[in-house]
Design a binder for this molecule. Sequence first.
Ligand code: CAA
Length: 263
Amino acid sequence: MSYNNIIFKVENNVATLTFNRPKALNALNNELIGELYTALEAVQHNEEIRVLILTGAGEKSFVAGADISELATFNPLQAKKFAELGHRAINKLQELPIPVIAAVNGFALGGGSEIALASDFIYASENAKFGFPEINLGLIPGFGGTQRAPRQIGKNMAKEMIFTGKIISARDAFDMGMVNKITPPETLMEDALKTAGMIVLKGKTSVRAAKQAINNGMDTDLATGCKIEIDAFSLCMASQDAREGTTAFLEKRKPEFKGDLCK
Ligand code: CAA
């Protein structure tokens, strides 16, 4: 599959998807969002892929939001279609069975922050910047920002960012718990790949079960979440990896997970 607006590659069980419109700071136009959805579907159905890393082409930007030259032409119905398309792709991203790391290498504004927040965690380069500047366009976030930001950084912090449109540094995003790690720009991908490599060595079933339990549990009350965990924990026991992990511990050796899914 060839793409016009993204670069997609798979190496050592890790897929890297690079938003690739550097002249427009990797802004999200209709075509790019369609390609993102197609690539995510491919990731979903490829069991070789164990982790997905998202990043942006060039040194300046991860994704500078929706493409404003397209937005400027929309009537409300076209805007609705566009927002639905974005939600579809970003929901697909969040619901991928495997971990997704956003390696944010510059501006993550509007739709860029929305993509980063739908990933499982964020590594940011020192020059990364986050924000929801839609208010400066007379708009609001349209790809889930009003919903995911309050859930992840707290309602009041999200409101301040969305009402003011202010752009915050990687350090501020780290301090509010939005970013897991800040790295020099030169080592951002190396750091993300290193963490992805650690995950690849774990059991396929258990990594997926952990992601599912956390995501599904966060959308519900604690008691229901705990039930979700009990089911996910028991499901892991059906995998060869759980046999291998526990046996290896008792035999005082390193486990060799074969990456099977439950049969
Ligand atoms: N859409 C379209 N083009 C964009 C863009 C965007 N979101 N962001 C940047 N570009 C383009 C610029 O128009 C410029 O193109 P030209 O060279 O052809 O003029 C090029 O990228 C470089 O940008 P700048 O010259 O502006 O670079 P800068 O370093 O001076 O500023 C910036 C960088 C602060 C990110 C600035 O470009 C900016 O404010 N961009 C818009 C950010 C924004 O408002 N994002 C939210 C979009 S709405 C949205 O995302 C809604 C949603 O939730 C789905």
